[in-house]
Design a protein around this ligand. Structure first.
Ligand code: WTA
Length: 675
């Protein structure tokens, strides 16, 4: 069985219910140039042609050895794709493009300070830098196939360089979002048993050069306490030639990459030919209860799936300039800043800073300068840009053919602004629904084939066959107006292979709930449960409502309520903590943190601040609660369970419903008085 939803409240339950919207059709100018205009794709990728249909994606790659079995289902639900095949992800992203495209920019690095110029890294230059760094990783750091290495890097060109160097050697990279704290890094270092941490001295954020190296020191100390030793910390310099952090390097443990690199000048490392099923990377994400889980993605299946979806859904052509404004520290950045665009040989923009820095015109100036024609961002960023500069995009001559939204439901009103103002009414929009676990998009319109419907992700992608189940595993039909748990009937190559070192949790969280027969090796018996509430309209379009588990989607970033609650409990005065999602105009959802105190302590502003800082230092600033509410007691059931649903209603100014069955209904009014 799946773990119980212990919070008693889900985002789906408090989700807004939007009306049906009218269709908007892709313009002829887009359709004329699109990669995919053949309706036949849905037939080619129907369940009748499963799994062989996915060959079409895998054949976008160069294989050292062609696979023998497209899908091996012998050990469900640990599906294996392209078994027997061998390839190298770095070779596919770099070497194979050199013959025709070595002079082309692979990466445009845009620093946050506007007076620093953009760096254009050609495929040839990227090839050289990746090879030299791969030699360093192998010969200096002693890393080899199958080792895990934790990266804690900001949005600089050195991050894709590091990832590709790892991929070249078969080293499994685990990049942790740079905004996460040293303690969060430590947890991921310990879980992945990394001996090497790769970081940067400093980076720019909102006009300040932030000390990033200090987090590495915390990470190493905390990891050591938890039993994992980091032997080497490799520190890239934001400004090569100088250490830009006030935190000193630790002799014998910390090494400046830029100082070591001259020893590897001209080095070439042969790409290691690896089985398709070897892991490419881990990406930690929050899930139902407990610690973050390391989603393990394969080389062959993952890369095939991002290649296919980048080509067909992002409509990326080799000559396009593509800017995904996500962070590479999240799955969106892995799939659609680094691996997808580079595997197809396009040019990908890496922007260091905040979209609204120094003002809301910044993204449009960048787009104009680089002539970006595909733009990709989240509803949170769109809402923030709309709020700070509603007419700003109209001042610029950027010209997008295609725009993407990802990470959270987008309000139809916000969608229309994105379409009319940012896209100037002529860019197509894809609203892509997917997850860290799924490697690539699951639902979206095919941009030249499907009409857009604001607020709906659209139908499933070719080869993806969703089903919505109710609690009793009955299928909820399209057009019924009822929501349920969205699942995918079939495996697909981008799906993660397992949770690192926790296969039982992998099965329990994603497959057990709707499994029809645990002994069966037929994939039809093992639907994948995404953990989102959704409903399907008459026309087949899916509307995603939000998480059904204990995850809060803050500004498109997944945070576990348990992680935030545990952080609060590190403060000695706190007896109990409960986190609930609150609707926010810009960020979609933000956490409110309710705490009760141990006997003998008094509520104070200082204590609220201490709790808030504890959350920031344990997890990172993105988890900072909107409010810390010190309550006399938590509303509880007679069996002592905290009623988070009631707290969520209070925080969202909604009706608390029937509370007469609570053990302490009077406390609800007392809390309401505090708000
Ligand atoms: C949510 C990000 C509505 C959803 C790629 C999912 C969305 C979680 C959409 C995954 C969308 C993602 N519309 N909701 N287009 N895209 N979500 O793992 O709740 O960071 O389960 O992956 O974000 O977040 P993750």
């Amino acid at each position: 069985m799946a773990e119980e939803n212990v919070s008693g409240v889900s985002e789906a339950e408090i989700a807004v219910h939007w009306q049906e919207e009218d269709y908007i059709y892709p313009p002829a100018s887009f359709i004329r140039q699109a990669n995919l205009t053949d309706e036949g794709i849905f037939e080619r990728f129907s369940l009748d042609n499963f799994p062989e249909c996915f060959k079409e994606y895998a054949e976008l790659l160069d294989w050292d050895k062609y696979w023998e079995t497209t899908l091996d289902t012998s050990n469900p639900p640990f599906w294996k794709w392209f078994v027997g095949g061998r390839l190298n992800a770095c070779y596919n992203c770099l070497d194979r493009h050199l013959a025709a495209d070595k002079n082309k920019s692979a990466i445009h690095f845009v620093p946050e300070p506007e007076d620093e110029s953009t760096t254009h890294v050609t495929y040839q230059e990227l090839f050289v830098r990746v090879n030299e760094f791969a030699a360093l990783l192998r010969d200096f750091a002693g890393l080899k196939r199958g080792d895990r290495v934790t990266l804690h890097m900001p949005m600089v060109a050195e991050l894709p360089i590091t990832m590709l160097a790892c991929a070249r050697l078969g080293v499994i990279h685990s990049q942790v979002f740079s905004g996460f704290s040293g303690k969060s890094v430590a947890d991921r270092v310990v879980d992945s048993e990394s001996r090497v941490l790769i970081t940067t001295d400093a980076y720019y954020r909102t006009g300040k050069l932030i000390d990033h190296k200090e987090k590495a020191d915390i990470a190493v100390d905390e990891a050591a306490e938890l039993g994992q030793t980091i032997d080497k910390v490799l520190v890239w310099q934001r400004y090569p030639g100088r250490h830009s952090s006030p935190t000193p390097m630790v002799e014998g443990r910390d090494f400046s990459v830029n100082e070591l690199l001259p020893d590897y000048r001209g080095a070439r490392v042969a790409p290691v030919s690896l089985p398709a099923e070897d892991p490419l990377f881990l990406m930690y994400t929050s899930g139902t209860t407990g610690k973050p889980k390391g989603c393990q993605h394969s080389i062959g299946g993952y890369l095939s799936y991002v290649a296919g979806t980048t080509r067909y859904i992002q409509d990326l052509h080799p000559e396009d300039v593509y800017w995904c404004m996500a962070d590479i520290g999240w799955i969106t950045g892995h799939s659609y800043i680094v691996y997808g665009p580079l595997v197809l040989g396009a040019s990908s923009v890496v922007y260091e800073g905040l979209p609204t820095w120094p003002d809301a015109g910044r993204p449009w100036r960048i787009a104009e300068e680089l002539d970006v024609n595909i733009f990709h961002t989240s509803p949170t960023a769109i809402r923030a840009l709309r709020r700070s500069g509603p007419e700003e995009p109209l001042q610029y001559n950027h010209d997008f053919k295609h725009m993407t939204t990802v990470g959270e439901p987008i309000e139809p009103e916000v969608w229309r602004w994105y379409h009319r103002v940012v896209g100037k009414g002529k860019a197509v929009i894809v609203d892509t629904w997917w997850q860290t676990e799924t490697g690539g998009f699951l639902c979206s319109t095919v941009p030249a084939l499907g009409a857009m419907k604001p607020g709906s992700a659209g139908p499933a992608l070719p080869g993806i066959h969703p089903v919505i189940y109710d609690e009793e595993a009955n299928e909820i039909p399209a057009g019924s107006g009822r929501a349920g748990n969205i699942c995918i009937r079939n495996p697909w190559p981008g799906a993660f292979q397992t949770i690192w070192r926790d296969p039982d949790r992998f099965v329990a969280n994603y497959y057990a709930r709707y499994c029809k027969d645990e002994k069966s090796t037929d994939w039809r018996d093992w639907p994948y449960m995404a953990g989102d509430g959704a409903l399907q309209a008459e026309d087949g379009y899916y509307r995603i409502l939000g998480r059904i588990d204990d995850v809060i989607n803050v500004a498109g970033h997944r945070l576990g309520t348990k992680e935030i609650e545990s952080a609060a409990l590190t403060v000695g005065e706190i007896a109990e903590a409960a986190v609930v999602p609150v609707s926010d105009e810009v960020k979609g959802k933000v956490p409110d943190l309710y705490v009760s105190l141990q006997p003998g302590f008094e509520a104070s502003d200082a204590l609220q601040k201490t709790v808030s800082s504890a959350v920031v230092s344990e997890i990172g600033p993105i988890a900072r609660p909107r409010k810390v509410l010190i309550v006399p007691d938590m509303p509880k059931t007679r069996s002592g369970k905290i009623m988070r649903r009631v707290l969520a209603a209070l925080s969202n100014n909604e009706d608390v419903g029937d509370i007469t069955t609570l053990a302490n209904p009077e406390v609800v009014e007392a809390i309401r008085q505090m708000e």
